[in-house]
Design a protein around this ligand. Structure first.
Ligand code: SF4
Length: 100
């Protein structure tokens, strides 16, 4: 045993739940590409919603996204759905696109 023992404990944070997300490696389903068309967005978000439906941390995720006004698809909820639920974004993509 060495004279000096170093113990490094990982600091627990409020977003540790993210490690258990079912969306690892699926970023392309949760965030739009540049100039994504509305039909492609619907298909992408439907696929993301299916992933979220089977995710063990969905409740943490939806709350986090609402509180932090996140962009993208989180916790089974789109930007539009968060916006409609009263968790406003400055410029949600879908609402902005429909307004123009
Ligand atoms: S609820 Fe959806 S977005 Fe959130 S961690 Fe799970 S799979 Fe990812």
């Amino acid at each position: 045993m060495s004279a000096i023992e170093i113990s490094i404990d990982r600091i627990q944070t409020e977003d540790d739940w993210m490690r258990d997300g079912a969306c690892k490696g699926l970023t392309h389903l949760f965030f739009p590409t540049a100039a994504e068309r509305p039909q492609a967005r619907e298909r992408r978000e439907a696929a993301a919603k299916e992933v979220c439906a089977g995710c063990s941390v969905q409740m943490h995720c939806v709350e986090f996204a609402r509180v932090h006004h996140e962009y993208g698809f989180w916790g089974g909820e789109s930007e539009d759905e968060r916006h409609a639920a009263g968790f406003r974004l400055i410029a949600p993509i879908g609402i902005r696109a429909r307004a123009s």
